[in-house]
Ligand binder design. Structure first.
Ligand code: PAF
Length: 281
C-alpha cells in the first residue's frame, strides 16, 4: 500500500494506474475507520483494479468547532485496517495541502441539501461538496463509494455530481451495524458505557416501526419512533422525517412514493447519532 500526502503524489500514482488501463475506485473517509468503512473498501476492491482511500478530517464541513476538535483521529490504526483490506493508495493530506487557499465555492445543491441535516447543520453540505468535488478532480475515479448511514449525503453528492458534470458512478453501500443493531459510526467511541447500552434502542425502534407502519399512517409512525426514542431519558430526537428516498421531500402518505425512508438524528447524552430505515424500496 502506498501512502501519499500530496496532491501531486496522488495524481501521479493514479496516472500510472490509468496508463496501465486500470479502473480506479475511490473511498472518501474522515478516518477513525471501522467495519462500516471496511465494507466500502471491500466493495471497492471487488469492483475496481485500483483502490484509493482518502483519510482527511475536512474542516469545511464542520459547523461546530468543538466537533472538529474532538473528531477521533486514529491514523496508524487506519493505515493498518486499509493495508489489511487491500487498499492500494491511501491519501492522507494536511489541511494546507487540500486548501492552499480558502475554498470559497458555494454550491447550489437544491432542496436535497436544505432539509434535515441541511437545516440543522448550516454549511455542512457545502463543505462536503467542496471536499468531495476536490477529491473527484484529483483522482478522477470510475466509481466512488459512500455509506448509506449518511443517507442524505449520498443524495447531495449525486446532485453535486450532476451539476459539476463528473463522469463517475456513485455506489451507495448498506449500513453496517454492531451485533446489537447500533449503526457503526466513528462517533460511537464518544458514548460512555451507559449511553452505549441505551443507543441500540434507536435501531430497535426503527426496525419495529417497519411492522407498525403496515397498519398505521406516516404521521402515526413518525410519532411512534419519536416518542419511543424520547421515552429514554438519555435520548432526545432532533428530527425524525419520513421522506421520499430520492427527493428527500417528506411523504404524507405511504402511497406517495415507491421508495420511502425514515431518517433520524438523536442526541444520546451529548453524542449526536444518525440512522435510517427503508419502509419501501
Ligand atoms: O462521510 C464522510 O465521512 C465525509 O462526509 C466525507 C464523504 C468523507 C467527506 O469528508
Amino acid at each position: 500500500m502506498l501512502t501519499v500526502q500530496t496532491v501531486n503524489e496522488l495524481k501521479s500514482a493514479v496516472k500510472s494506474a490509468r496508463e496501465a488501463g486500470k479502473s480506479v475506485g475511490l473511498v472518501p473517509t474522515m478516518g477513525a475507520l471501522h467495519e462500516g468503512h471496511k465494507s466500502l473498501v471491500d466493495r471497492c476492491r471487488k469492483e475496481n483494479d485500483v483502490v484509493v482511500v482518502s483519510v482527511f478530517v475536512n474542516p469545511t464541513q464542520f459547523n461546530n468547532k468543538e466537533d472538529l476538535r474532538t473528531y477521533p483521529r486514529t491514523e496508524e490504526a487506519d493505515k493498518a485496517l486499509l493495508a489489511a483490506s487491500g487498499c492500494d493508495i491511501v491519501f492522507m493530506p494536511t489541511v494546507e495541502e487540500v486548501y492552499p487557499e480558502p475554498d470559497t465555492r458555494v454550491f447550489s445543491l437544491g432542496k436535497v441539501a436544505e432539509v434535515m441535516e441541511g437545516a440543522m447543520r448550516p454549511g455542512h453540505f457545502n463543505g462536503v461538496a467542496q471536499i468531495v468535488s476536490k477529491l473527484f478532480m484529483m483522482v478522477e475515479p470510475d466509481r466512488a463509494y459512500f455509506g448509506e448511514k449518511d443517507f442524505q449525503q449520498i443524495a447531495v453528492i449525486r446532485e453535486m455530481v450532476k451539476q459539476e458534470g463528473f463522469n463517475l458512478e456513485i455506489v451507495p453501500c448498506p449500513i453496517v451495524r454492531e451485533a446489537d443493531g447500533l449503526a457503526k459510526s466513528s462517533r460511537n467511541v464518544r458514548l460512555d458505557a451507559h449511553h452505549r447500552s441505551i443507543a441500540p434502542n434507536i435501531a430497535r425502534i426503527l426496525r419495529e416501526s417497519v411492522d407498525f407502519a403496515k397498519s398505521h399512517s406516516v404521521e402515526e409512525t413518525c410519532a411512534m419512533v419519536t416518542d419511543g426514542i424520547n421515552a429514554y431519558p438519555e435520548m432526545e430526537v432532533e428530527y425524525y422525517q419520513i421522506v421520499d428516498g430520492i427527493t428527500l421531500m417528506p411523504v404524507a402518505d405511504w402511497s406517495d412514493s415507491n421508495y420511502v425512508v425514515g431518517c433520524v438524528t438523536v442526541y444520546c447524552g451529548d453524542v449526536r447519532l444518525i440512522d435510517n430505515i427503508a419502509y419501501k424500496k
